[in-house]
Design a protein around this ligand. Structure first.
Ligand code: HEM
Ligand code: HEM
Length: 216
């Protein structure tokens, strides 16, 4: 059997930045959840709770500085293109979002052709960007609590919790689409090996596929 042709979707730096963000987010989510339910202290024990809190603070450095450093230092051009794309919205994007719930739940639907990131991925990118800024800002305020006015600290806690809930729900849908959804799970190869099948690129990102085919 002949191997399907494959096209490059994410370079090594993009993949490294994604996985530093993803692993650190998941660790922060788990350790953060343990801190919310601190009344269950008897499960972790007082030293378990201290270690969980310390782990949360250490991983926060990777989350805050890791992806930004990798993206800006090693692949500034694709980072600029990603930022430009996610802030550029077209009529096709809105039509895509209107039809996407049907696709998500497995119904047959004709979706408008999309660029490198479809409208759902643009929403995911924007929520990740703004959600991460919120988590980082409120998190560092909470960590250096003595350096901030009481009113700022009083806002930081509920905003940090709300951000964790919002990002956690978005990530649930994101992971489902990447690993389980029959229409889109080929995308995980792009984030692991860097490439996706030519057929997937053509069917899911027709405008992007056209661009890369022209410049090849
Ligand atoms: C983006 C992923 C993150 C998630 C999902 C998350 C989640 C949480 C949650 C649920 C809590 C418990 C709050 C409460 O008790 O009401 C918490 C506490 C805390 N978080 Fe985060 N957090 C994240 C990132 C960060 C970052 C980047 C920092 C920066 C230092 C940070 C610093 C803290 C601090 C200082 C606390 C207070 C509890 C403690 O000191 O142990 N978090 N986080
Ligand atoms: C086990 C967990 C995760 C898996 C399996 C996963 C998988 C993927 C895959 C396959 C893509 C590429 C989709 C495409 O072709 O465009 C992607 C992109 C992306 N991921 Fe994740 N991811 C995970 C966790 C996370 C987390 C925790 C975050 C944010 C905190 C995140 C943020 C993003 C963003 C912003 C993109 C680019 C926009 C998009 O394509 O949706 N991912 N992820």
């Amino acid at each position: 059997m002949t191997e399907q042709r494959r096209v490059l979707r994410f370079n090594l730096a993009e993949r490294a930045a994604h996985w530093v963000l993803a692993v650190s987010f998941l660790l922060l989510f788990l350790t953060g959840a343990a801190l919310v339910f601190r009344s269950l202290v008897h499960l972790l024990g007082p030293s378990g709770l201290r270690i969980t809190s310390r782990l949360h603070h250490v991983v926060a450095y990777a989350f805050t500085f890791g992806p930004v450093a990798v993206l800006l230092l090693t692949t500034p051009k694709t980072t600029r293109e990603w930022l430009r794309t996610i802030f550029t919205w077209t009529k096709e994007d809105l039509a895509f979002l209107a039809s996407f719930p049907k696709e998500f739940f497995g119904l047959k639907v004709e979706l408008p052709s999309q660029g490198k990131f479809n409208a759902g991925e643009k929403v995911n990118s924007l929520l990740t960007l703004f959600g991460s800024v919120l988590m980082v800002a409120t998190g560092w305020v909470m960590l250096f609590r003595d350096s901030f006015p009481k009113a700022v600290l009083a806002w930081a806690y509920p905003l940090h919790d709300a951000g964790a809930l919002l990002m956690g729900s978005v990530i649930l849908g994101h992971v489902y689409l990447a690993l389980l959804h029959p229409g889109s799970r080929e995308s995980i190869n792009g984030m692991l090996r860097g490439t996706v099948s030519e057929k997937f690129a053509r069917d899911h990102h027709a405008k992007w596929y056209e661009e890369i085919s022209k410049s090849a």
